[in-house]
Design a protein around this ligand. Structure first.
Ligand SMILES: Cc1ncc(COP(=O)(O)O)c(C=O)c1O
Length: 638
């Protein structure tokens, strides 16, 4: 069931008043209260007390209402200071009753005790002690609910921070591009820092909506504020416990000047009532930012889909203001600040030997010691100190999605890779001139992924070595020297490969192709000379291979080999047109040359549909070369 605008009840005061009198025996005036999906009233019952009448959205199941009631009952027993509403039973002893509208539609209705107090949203400034108390109360709440279970506690709710990634597909609803960028950057940081930590975070039932409207305060005699209570258990669910704190912080920092100070004091209070783990503190700041993103994304959606629901826009402006403000906060400083106020040690700086390097020292010394011609990526080069999964991290823990470091096929620091590598490093490391089952078993497993004809492996240390060896094998086998390559191709960094790679030898500082290397036009269906030729385009480009073969035979220097990638990597990520390799291979083989396919960059399943990209062309090469992802970035080629 889903909460919808259509399922929202719309009873008149009079109808509700009569029903409450019949069902609960309580008489009194009703005042409507704001609600996102339900219909709520304050009931002034005179001597009987003050109550809240809650008529639930049709999309909310009775089981979920029972879940909320049962949690409130537990809290009334354990949270002695009476900070949560109590469930009132009807004259017939039910905690959930029904009310029917004029169209005969039945809604669930409940009556709860009314908690007096001033919503946090209406309090101008919170003193430090109040911030601490707020956190402490939430810690108590979560402690009381920690072992609470109910059949309806596992819910799919857009407000569950554990499932917050749903906003990714809705960011386009945020019209302001700059603001959308803020949200997208936070989503990335959230994925990198929180999603990867989820298995380490404890889970329990939480209130899940300690926002500035739901948190009530009462003035204390010393001029500060005490926490009076917490309203609205409608979003309760089982999730990561720390989300409770993150949500409360996200709202408590609205319009404050020093959000980090406020967060730290709330966290400290929480920590004293329910100790936070280091992992929970590590994710707290990213979770707060993510909650603000969920809020603004939800407002952007509601602005279009549910424009009359003011409640869904209520946090939009302060949430944006805070997101813009938090852009300048260093996430690692935030984490260390919270760790410090909780009495925990800051996360140690990445340590590289005895010396602390500044960014400028790194840059200068690299140029001096490693040589300026070893290029660095980006105008302002990144200092990356760790990788996890698909993310790379700077020293301040800012995460980057790794789309260009094309080697970590199963992600950075994959625990299985780390475990087997550590085990092997502690066992044996030799050259290849000894017998060992692993090498043979690996060759067996690798060749099993190829067509039957490709059944022998030579293992080397890089893609360049693999191509170098393939060229040598082909030359030795044919007794010839010349090679045919594609325009724009790159095959490696040895002298032979630089010479035969147009990407290198025709690039800056290159000397052009030597006499033994022959280039054919790149089969680019998008830009090349035969674009728009439809299904025959592959055949048309392959004709160039045929022409070169013919010329080389005439010149009495037939080629030893034709070397190409099945999708050009450095050559512009160019996908070969259908039939290209088939026809090119036919020409080369018809004059006794070998066909070598370089899968260093595009192999190992990267094309999605096949394990090896040459399979998309329906050919079987004579030699295939592998590298980079084969060892997940560690030196291994074949
Ligand atoms: C297609 C292709 N072949 C070969 C190589 C060389 O591999 P390595 O850098 O491992 O020597 C590369 C490197 O980028 C490549 O992209």
């Amino acid at each position: 069931m889903e909460l919808t605008a259509a399922g929202r009840p719309a009873f008149s005061n009079k109808t509700v008043q009569n029903s409450v009198q019949d069902l609960y025996g309580i008489e009194g005036d009703l005042e409507p209260l704001p609600a996102e999906w339900d219909q709520n009233f304050k009931l002034n019952g005179g001597d009987a007390g003050t109550f809240v009448v809650k008529i639930a959205n049709r999309g909310c199941s009775k089981e979920v209402l029972e879940f909320q009631n049962s949690a409130m009952n537990r809290l009334s027993e354990r949270w002695k200071s009476g900070k949560s509403p109590r469930v009132v039973t009807s004259l017939s002893g039910n905690s959930i009753s029904t009310i029917t509208n004029s169209a005969g539609v039945i809604f669930n209705i409940r009556v709860l005790t009314y908690l007096p107090g001033q919503p946090l949203a209406g309090v101008q400034t919170l003193c430090e002690q109040t911030q601490y108390r707020l956190g402490y109360s939430l810690g108590e709440l979560d402690q009381h609910l920690f072992d609470f279970q109910h059949p309806a506690m596992n819910r799919d709710l857009p407000w569950d921070l554990r499932q917050a990634d749903w906003i990714t597909s809705h960011t386009r609803r945020i019209a302001d591009v700059r603001r959308r960028g803020i949200v997208e950057r936070i989503i990335l940081q959230h994925r990198a820092r929180v999603v990867t930590m989820l298995p380490k975070l404890s889970m329990s039932v939480i209130h899940n909506d300690a926002n500035d409207e739901n948190l009530l305060l009462k003035a204390d005699p010393e001029g500060g504020w005490n926490v009076a209570g917490l309203l609205d258990f409608g979003d309760m669910l089982r999730t990561n416990t720390v989300n409770e704190l993150a949500i409360a912080c996200a709202y408590a920092i609205f319009r404050v000047e020093n959000p980090l100070g406020v967060i730290a004091r709330i966290a400290k209070g929480y920590h004293h009532a329910r100790p936070l783990t280091e992992s929970e503190i590590q994710v707290l700041f990213p979770l707060i930012c993510m909650r603000l993103c969920v809020s603004v994304t939800n407002s952007a959606i509601a602005a279009k889909d549910d424009p009359d629901n003011e409640h869904r826009q209520i946090s939009d402006q302060p949430a944006w203001e805070m997101l813009e403000h938090l852009e300048s906060v260093d996430w690692r400083d935030a984490e260390n600040h919270i760790l410090a106020v909780c009495g925990l040690d800051p996360r140690p700086e990445a340590n590289f030997g005895n010396r602390q390097w500044t960014y400028d020292e790194l840059l200068d010394e690299r140029r001096r010691r490693i040589g300026p011609s070893l290029s660095l990526s980006y105008k302002t080069p990144l200092q990356i100190v760790r990788g996890q999964g698909q993310f790379l991290f700077e020293p301040n823990e800012r995460a980057y999605l790794d789309c260009v470091n094309n080697i970590c096929h199963v992600g950075h620091s994959h625990p299985k890779v780390v475990a087997v590598m550590s085990k092997q490093a502690a066992t044996l490391n030799t050259n290849t001139r000894y017998l060992h089952p692993y090498r043979i078993e690996y060759a067996e497993r690798l060749t099993a992924t190829f067509p039957e004809e490709l059944n022998v492996c030579y293992f080397v240390n890089s893609g360049s070595e693999a191509n170098e060896l393939a060229v040598r094998l082909a030359r030795a086998h044919t007794g010839r020297y010349d090679v045919i390559v594609l325009e724009g191709a790159y095959h490696g960094n040895t002298q032979t490969l630089v010479d035969l790679s147009p990407y290198k030898c025709e690039g800056p500082g290159g000397r052009g192709l030597p006499g033994w290397a022959h280039k054919v036009v790149k089969p680019d269906t998008y830009r090349g000379p035969y674009r728009g030729l439809g299904k025959d385009v592959g055949w048309a480009y392959a004709e160039h291979v045929g022409e070169v073969c013919e010329r080389l035979v005439t010149e009495k220097r037939p080629p030893a080999l034709f070397l190409c990638e099945p999708i050009l990597g450095c050559g512009g990520q160019t996908v070969l047109p259908k039939g290209y390799l088939q026809k090119a291979f036919n020409y080369v083989r018809s004059i006794g040359g070998l066909c070598i396919v370089d899968e260093v960059q595009v192999g190992m399943g990267r094309v999605g549909s096949h394990m090896w990209a040459f399979e998309t062309q329906g050919v079987i090469p004579d030699i295939v070369t592998l590298g980079k992802p084969l060892g997940n970035g560690y030196p291994l080629g074949a």
